[in-house]
Design a protein around this ligand. Structure first.
Ligand code: DQA
Length: 146
């Protein structure tokens, strides 16, 4: 059975490529999705790629992952810095959780330096651009092998 990885993206990431390209680059979220799907199949994984602008919808997806996914990769975007609800939902999930940020949040405004999600994440990638998603998938593959 192919192991499924949920890749969840929070608010405004639908505008990737158009939104502050000096910070987030010019690659679109559709490009990131295609790239993740290709890499996942090389790694023997399947991907469910999802974006929403709504906090509760991210909680719903994390709850769905409980029954359907072996691991979660999440870029919660601005909810990283505000959402106890997303942290609580992630605490109900048993598999590996990797947190991804395209930008180096620690080089930016101080309100971006704290992440609720990091308390649950098994690993955090920040500042690797969209390549962070690849690195997260490779890490998930390693964690699911062991
Ligand atoms: C982000 C960083 C967050 O601080 C910001 O709110 C985002 C994107 C990133 O990928 O660098 O929307 O998660």
């Amino acid at each position: 059975m192919t192991r499924k990885v949920y890749i969840l993206n929070g608010p405004n990431l639908n505008l990737l490529g158009k939104r502050q390209p000096e910070i987030y680059g010019s690659v679109t979220l559709a490009d990131v999705q295609a790239n993740c799907e290709n890499l996942a199949s090389e790694l023997g994984l399947a991907v469910e790629f999802f974006q929403t602008n709504h906090e509760g919808t991210l909680v719903d997806q994390i709850q769905l992952a409980r029954d359907n996914a072996a691991a979660i990769i999440i870029n919660p975007a601005a909810y990283t810095h505000t959402s106890v609800a997303i942290l609580d939902a992630l605490h109900t999930f048993d598999g590996p959780v990797i947190e991804v940020h395209i930008s180096n949040v620690h080089q930016r405004e101080s309100f971006r330096h704290h992440s609720y999600v990091s308390q649950r994440a098994d690993g955090v990638l920040a500042g690797f651009g969209v390549q962070g998603y690849d690195l997260a998938l490779r890490r998930v593959a390693t964690l699911l092998e062991s």
